[in-house]
Design a protein around this ligand. Structure first.
Ligand SMILES: Cc1cc2nc3c(=O)[nH]c(=O)nc-3n(C[C@H](O)[C@H](O)[C@H](O)COP(=O)(O)OP(=O)(O)OC[C@H]3O[C@@H](n4cnc5c(N)ncnc54)[C@H](O)[C@@H]3O)c2cc1C
Length: 432
């Protein structure tokens, strides 16, 4: 028997469990350990609440979770309550699938002013992540700035722009819906250092902006290269750029404008005691496609500034860390004998949910080569004994199902599905 501990129950964790099941069949026991009492990582707390079809991928993970050789051990923080050394003593392999939960810092003057938030916090706030439920972002408008040209920036802009009715059938949390209901923001400016050809936004997410009830996307036609240049783009990017070109032609007025400000780099945030404006430097592309400043600056009024510029893995004591890259130091997933990384903790914050699947299979291949058939390590019973000595209040998958059911029951007909947002309430909802 091989004993595997996977730390983190997001896509990377579950795909690794699935791959281990396929590789080892009944000859493996897998514990998926998460610091939260609820599984699925960013599927629950990152993916936008109005993208329920994407969140449904968690049903696939449930199928894995409900097999005999996999169990979920929630409400246990590795590196805090239990150390990596302790786990390595109990399991043949410890796989870190802890994601990249911390915002990459926005390193400009004024970034510490009230009103400036990172996307991990802002997204966690509207998705009910217990770490961010108390965020209370400044929504008194009239301007908001979103920094970044990826899909997370689009998620943030869209959430700020939607009407309450447009959140029907989402699982946005009640505190966010209440706060957004009365917001006074009428212009959301999305800043990108480079141009329309360099965006990391996908057509589906961009297309949604064109169908919002009270908001209209705008792009300056002067920002585009000649249309013939679009043919050199890959098909997905060409589609995205075509959507942007369409936005440049939109004449219709709506109460909220979503303004794409390309070739625009934030250099400072200013305000008396809170963010009031972002100072932006105009950029141009260099021959090798980088952005360089032109020295021309201007101010964009903004009471709320959300930086969507990437994420970093949180270090764990005893695990080698690549500070520059912001993830665990690893060689194709191998960190040290018996210790592995997968998903965003291995590669950094890139790719979609599906990108984590081959990652999981890569780790299973490593395990097939590296692990003995039976090392005699204690595995599950050993962890249970250790958790008992530490007095840890563990949440099982059955407990999670009760939490899930209680959340669904709380939603009224047609109302958004509500989520519990504190660890205490989550633990209470399992009925024990
Ligand atoms: C805002 C946002 C929106 C996104 N939307 C989409 C989308 O629409 N479609 C798409 O395909 N992709 C989307 N993605 C990308 C997708 O969410 C990621 O590819 C995926 O979640 C990465 O999986 P992961 O398992 O590596 O990390 P995560 O999903 O972050 O999971 C990590 C898990 O580890 C746990 N953990 C962390 N530290 C510890 C510890 N010390 N001890 C125990 N547990 C720990 C966390 O609680 C968490 O459950 C989005 C990402 C973000 C940030």
């Amino acid at each position: 028997m091989r004993h595997v501990a996977i730390i983190g129950s997001g896509p990377a964790g579950y795909y690794t469990a699935e791959a281990c099941q396929k590789t080892f069949g009944d000859a493996v026991r897998i514990d998926i350990i998460d610091r939260l009492p609820v599984p699925f990582g960013l599927i629950r707390s990152g993916v936008a609440p109005d993208h329920q079809s994407i969140k449904h991928v968690s049903r696939r993970y449930e199928a894995v979770a409900l097999t005999d050789n996999v169990r979920f051990v929630g409400n246990v923080t590795i590196g805090d309550q239990i150390s990596i050394e302790e786990l390595l003593g109990l399991y043949d392999a410890v796989v870190l699938a802890t994601g990249a939960p911390a915002d990459r810092p926005l390193d400009i003057p004024g970034a510490e002013l009230p009103g400036v938030v990172g996307s991990a916090a802002f997204v966690g706030w509207y998705n009910g992540h217990p770490d961010h439920a108390a965020l209370a972002p400044v929504l008194d408008g009239p301007g908001a700035v979103v920094i970044g040209n990826g899909n997370v920036a689009l998620d943030v802009a869209r959430i700020l722009a939607k009407t309450e009715a447009e959140f029907a059938a989402s699982d946005i949390v009640a505190h966010a819906l209440d706060a957004l209901r009365g917001h006074a923001i009428n212009r959301v400016t999305i800043l990108g250092r480079r141009g329309p050809h360099q965006i990391a936004m996908t057509p589906k997410e961009l297309g949604e902006l064109g169908h919002l009830e009270r908001a209209i996307p705008r792009v300056d036609a002067a920002d585009f290269p000649p249309i013939e240049d679009d043919t050199a783009l890959d098909p997905g990017q060409r589609k995205s750029v075509a959507l942007l070109r369409g936005f440049a032609e939109a004449a219709k007025a709506k109460p909220i404008e979503i303004l794409f400000d390309f070739f625009a780099r934030p250099v400072a945030i200013e305000g008396e005691s809170r963010a009031e404006r972002v100072i932006v430097e105009r950029t141009r592309l260099t021959a090798d496609g980088a952005a360089e400043g032109t020295g021309e600056t201007y101010a964009v009024p903004a009471g709320l500034v959300v930086s969507c510029i990437g994420y970093r893995t949180s270090p764990i004591p005893g695990v080698p860390f690549d500070t520059r890259a912001g993830r665990f130091a690893n060689d194709e997933g191998r960190i040290a004998p018996g210790l592995y990384a997968v998903g965003w903790a291995r590669r950094g914050p890139t790719g979609t949910i599906g990108t984590n699947r081959p990652d999981g299979f890569l780790i299973a291949e490593h395990l097939a080569k590296d692990l003995p058939d039976d090392s005699g390590k204690a595995g599950r019973p050993g962890l249970d004994a250790l958790l008992a000595t530490h007095g840890v209040d563990v949440v099982t998958f059955r407990d999670w199902q009760l939490i899930d059911k209680a959340e669904i029951d709380r939603a009224r007909d047609g109302a958004p599905r509500e989520k519990f947002t504190s660890i205490e309430t989550l633990l209470g909802a399992r009925g024990g």
